[in-house]
Write a protein that binds this ligand. Structure first.
Ligand code: FAD
Length: 401
């Protein structure tokens, strides 16, 4: 019987998987390359009853609500700070919004007593045979696991080791995004501000005592060291040079920030989410970067993958294909939503900025906002979640709406 499962990545998908696997009687171990839980990044949101059901069944919905940002409206401003358009809260923040690192902390709190976390390490190699996967770590002693699950994000290590180089699976959508924590020098209170010049989107939001700043810009694919924060900040600073409004102060704040999320807007397109004793979950398997409900999809993916393993009594040959079958269409639907995120957040011309703002204005009409909410929520709800139960061998999952 499958028992020992190694998960790579301790952000959202990894700890969520650890939660469910433990609940179904497996023994999860999580390896995370960073020395501890990573901070930084924007707030993430959950939309619609499927997301909320997963949070509820994990017993964390109330806690997520308690820690939610309660972000209000977002205002589009001109170079003098004058209001151009206003966006209703649900547009950016869904049904419930929480800082990504806060969610990660919460999931870690709920799993750390029964999950071995190996921080500051990474899988160096994996060799699979009929009995398991022999894993060599960069630092720790080699160990054998029954299964290895990659929850290590857009640039997944497990995916590279099991499936091949990421250039084969990542579709670059032509934009980059940077996000960092900053002082609230604009005095915002549960509101966000957005500013644009052609080819640059600037965003500041403050809620729950935390203020995030961010930039989105179109670019050729950039060659940079993902571990070199200074080099990434330089790239961002160059792209923002000469932009007005509060951008110079935002750049100062960026330079002072100890951490920054910086990545391309890209999508992961895998011909298969699983190979042998290895499967991918969350961004590693079907990431969408911005606007693709990535966090909710990762939580749903963890629920389905662990549930399928439970009802198949750990037989990955049964569970993995079922997981893939249930998740593929759902994940692809959410990815589709994200395709327009870059041009929407950083329109390339003045005319396109104006057009986008007109659309924002229209969204503040209640009825249209409702139509838009329904569109995004439709993708987030587009899966029938089985009611998994740790059950006797003959059991099959019960379908529920
Ligand atoms: C610090 C951070 C900030 C983010 N900020 C944003 C943001 O501002 N906007 C946005 O759209 N999305 C952001 N994301 C991505 C967002 O969290 C995901 O889209 C979503 O939550 C799905 O999560 P995931 O767990 O699948 O992947 P991720 O959240 O990307 O987590 C992957 C985890 O794997 C770890 N990891 C990577 N390589 C290895 C390795 N070799 N060995 C072990 N562990 C490894 C990473 O350190 C990370 O903890 C951020 C992710 C991180 C880690």
């Amino acid at each position: 019987m499958t028992k020992n499962i190694l998960i790579s990545g301790a952000s959202v998908a990894g700890p969520a998987l650890a939660y469910w696997l433990h609940r179904y009687g497996f023994t999860p171990t999580v390896v995370e390359r960073a020395p501890g839980l990573r901070g930084g990044g924007f707030a993430v949101d959950f939309r619609g009853d499927v997301h909320l059901r997963v949070l509820r069944e994990m017993g964390i919905l109330d806690e997520v609500r308690r820690r939610q940002t309660n972000m209000g409206n977002q205002v589009v401003v001109d170079a003098d700070g004058g209001q151009l358009a206003k966006l209703p809260a649900s547009f950016m923040s869904g049904d419930v919004e929480i800082e990504r690192d806060e969610l990660s902390r919460l999931l870690h709190e709920r799993t750390r007593d029964h999950t071995e976390y190996l921080f500051g390490d990474s899988i160096a190699s994996m060799t699979e045979d009929a009995d398991g996967v022999r894993v060599c770590f960069e630092h720790g002693e080699p160990r054998t696991f029954d299964l290895v699950l990659g929850a290590d994000g857009l640039h997944s290590n497990v995916r590279a080791l099991a499936f091949g180089p990421e250039s084969r699976f990542i579709r670059f959508l032509g934009y980059y995004v940077a996000g960092f924590e900053m002082p609230n020098f604009l005095g915002l209170d549960h509101t966000g501000l957005m500013y644009n010049v052609p080819g640059l989107g600037v965003n500041v939001g403050s809620a729950g005592g935390k203020t995030d700043g961010g930039f989105v810009f179109p670019s050729e694919e950039l060659d940079y060291d993902r571990r070199d924060l200074d080099a990434q900040k330089q790239l961002v600073a160059r792209r923002c040079a000469g932009a007005g409004w509060e951008v110079p102060r935002l750049l100062e704040a960026m330079w002072a920030a100890p951490e920054m999320y910086f990545d391309s807007i890209s999508q992961v397109r895998m011909p298969s989410f699983q190979r042998g004793r290895v499967a991918l979950v969350g961004d590693a398997g079907y990431g969408a970067t911005l606007g693709g409900l990535g966090t909710g999809t990762a939580m749903v993916g963890a629920y389905v993958l662990a549930g399928e393993l439970a009802v198949a009594h750990g037989d990955h040959r049964v569970a993995f294909p079922r997981y893939e079958e249930r998740m593929r269409g759902y994940a692809e639907g959410c990815q589709k939503l994200a395709e327009g995120a870059g041009p929407f957040l950083a329109p390339p011309t003045r005319f396109k900025i104006w057009q986008r703002n007109q659309m924002y204005k229209a969204l503040s009409w209640r009825r249209l906002a409702g139509v838009f909410d329904k569109m995004t929520t439709k993708a987030a709800r587009n899966i029938t979640l089985p009611d998994y139960r740790p059950a006797p061998r003959s059991a099959v999952p019960r379908e529920s709406a």
